[in-house]
Design a protein around this ligand. Structure first.
Ligand code: FES
Length: 112
């Protein structure tokens, strides 16, 4: 089955200055870290390339419950080392995979 970009929900992000941006070219299977770095979103560096070693992809997930899979134990451990405020909805954006979903994807970049 071929999945087109139209099957992927737009990605909304609240940036560090409080602006809300919409990214509408996320690809199925791409991570939110990849989407953000591809667009040069300030605050998402993704230094380890998604290997869960750097926590420079820390983000707050405001999406509808169930949009992304739950964090693994390793992700929870890495989140202990984030530089911004850790919240209940803190995630590593390199672990948030864009899926074919009708749910709204909404995220917020932490302020350091
Ligand atoms: S990119 Fe390094 S932990 Fe996500």
């Amino acid at each position: 089955m071929v999945t087109t970009v139209k099957d992927v929900a737009p990605v909304a992000m609240i940036t560090r200055d409080g602006s809300r941006i919409i990214i509408d070219d996320a690809l199925l299977g791409e991570t939110i870290m990849q989407v953000a770095t591809r667009h040069g979103v300030a605050g998402i560096a993704g230094e380890c390339g998604g290997a869960m070693m750097c926590a420079t992809c820390h983000i707050y997930d405001l999406s509808t419950a169930g949009t992304f899979s739950s964090p693994s134990d390793v992700e929870e451990e890495v989140l202990e080392g984030v530089t911004g405020e850790r919240r209940a909805n803190s995630r590593l954006s390199c672990q948030l995979v864009v899926g074919a979903t009708a749910s709204a994807i909404e995220l917020q970049i932490p302020v350091e």
